[in-house]
Ligand binder design. Structure first.
Ligand code: S3P
Length: 441
């Protein structure tokens, strides 16, 4: 496919009230768990982005009946835990690491064989982190060199329960093991020294699985699931994605005169790190109407243009804002003084190497940035515009890089140009119209 660069011009104040699409992590899990329940589940607010549609297609290929109504409500008739069927062809995961790793977990404990393929970005990403525990549970995985896609998982039923201490702070690895455990007799246990997003635990409980979470003396979370589970169909309302909200939040903070309200944003503490960091930098972000939607805390957020100051971001906050660093780097580029980040090795194995790609793009638009192995140090403009660039910035098949430079362009003298906005379709298909709407309001 040929793609033309998109230019984001310097903007006047952003104003208005917007919502963002449904949470990507919760959307994937809604489809997977509904597809494993017996009976009809209904999902409202599902993110209809390419990543989630890849999950829907895969669950259909394994036997679930999944339909989108004209009213935007999704209905799913599941096959029951243990009931996944052999797909007729390879499962194309597109750009989606979450679909791949979680579905590998599901397949691992079913007596089916699945081949997983993906785009160039996904085919570079490490799968060894899930292959290792799933193999210990009895799955037979043949991967491409370096533990990458394309790969084939031959599941085992019954597989063997595992107690697994996560070597990397990864909700995807945790979820892969727990989802495998759903169809394994006995107790599967994941020990998580550093807390990561807990949507799988919350939703498994909501669907009626026998799951418990304890904390040990060292503060590690111990999550135990007992299979073979029977999941009961649910009605799910998916909250707005805080990782998508991050883009209009930072846009409103950096563009003078802005005053933007975002409605229905997920505020799960395992995801809310960015809000705290931006507030520590001086960001005026007001929490309004805190409530609960679908077992998750939700709020509206009013964000006003603010004079930001650089800070040292503590590395232990990284898991609660792991997807938000690209846009935090943009905020830092306009702050007063120096922002230092560290402990971000995981950013190198996301949809792109987000440390290297952000460093290159920020330098391109005239920001002062220094790259270390595990983070960036950025000296900001004290609120002044950056020069910007007419030369297209490489988004490297990474939606969050593309959206970060779109936001940066709003406060650059020459704007910023992004080589390919298509990746944004994976998580935030309405991003460009939303941004234009705020600028024109
Ligand atoms: C996700 C977990 C995170 C995150 C990804 C979605 C999930 O990945 O980066 O966008 O839905 O579980 P890791 O668990 O690999 O950190």
């Amino acid at each position: 496919m040929t793609t033309a660069p998109t230019r984001f011009a310097p903007s006047g104040p952003l104003t208005g009230t917007v919502s963002v699409p449904g949470d990507k992590s919760i959307s994937h899990r809604s489809l997977m768990l509904s597809a494993l329940a017996v009976g009809e589940s209904r999902i409202t607010g599902l993110l209809e982005g390419e990543d989630v549609l890849a999950t829907a297609a895969a669950m259909r290929a394994m036997g679930a009946d999944i339909l989108r109504g004209d009213d935007g409500v999704w209905t799913v008739h599941g096959v029951g835990v243990g009931g996944l069927m052999q797909p007729g062809q390879a499962l194309d995961m597109g750009n989606s690491g979450t679909s791949t790793r979680l579905l590998m977990g599901l397949v691992a404990s079913h007596a089916i064989t699945c081949t997983f393929t993906g785009d160039a970005s996904l085919s570079h990403r490490p799968m060894g982190r899930v292959i290792e525990p799933l193999s210990a549970m009895g799955a037979d995985v043949s991967a491409s060199p370096g533990g990458r896609l394309p790969l084939m998982v031959r599941g085992l039923a019954p597989a063997v329960p595992l107690e697994y201490r996560l070597p990397v702070a990864s909700a995807q690895v945790k979820s892969a093991v727990l989802l495998a455990g759903l169809n394994i007799p006995g107790v599967t246990r994941v020990i998580e020294p550093v807390a990561t997003r807990d949507h799988s635990e919350r939703m498994l409980k909501g669907f009626g699985a026998d799951i418990s979470v304890e904390t040990d003396a060292d503060g590690a979370r111990i999550i135990s699931i007992t299979g073979e589970a029977e999941l009961k169909p649910q009605t799910i309302a998916v909250p707005g994605d805080p990782s998508s909200a991050a883009f209009p939040i930072v846009a409103a903070l950096i563009v003078p005169g802005s005053d933007v309200t975002l409605t229905g944003i997920g505020m799960n503490p395992t995801r809310a790190g960015l809000i705290g960091v931006l507030r520590d930098m001086g960001g005026d972000i007001e929490t309004l109407d805190e409530r609960e939607v679908g077992g998750e805390p939700v709020a509206d957020l009013r964000v006003r243009h603010s004079a930001l100051s650089g800070i040292d971001v503590p590395p232990d906050i990284a898991p609660s804002m792991i997807d938000e660093f690209p846009v935090l780097f943009v905020a830092a580029a306009f702050a007063k003084g120096t922002t230092r980040t560290s402990g971000l090795d995981e950013l190198r194995v996301k949809e792109s190497d987000r440390i290297a790609v952000m460093a290159a793009g920020l330098a391109e638009i005239g920001a002062q940035v220094e790259e270390a192995e595990d983070g960036l140090t950025i000296i900001g403009t004290s609120g002044d515009m950056l020069p910007g660039s007419a030369h297209p910035i490489a988004s490297s098949l990474d939606h969050r890089i593309a959206m970060s430079f779109a936001v940066a362009g709003l406060h650059c003298r020459d704007g910023a140009s992004v080589d390919d906005m298509h990746p944004v379709q994976t998580s935030f298909p309405t991003f460009e119209p939303m941004l234009r709407g705020l600028a024109e309001a």
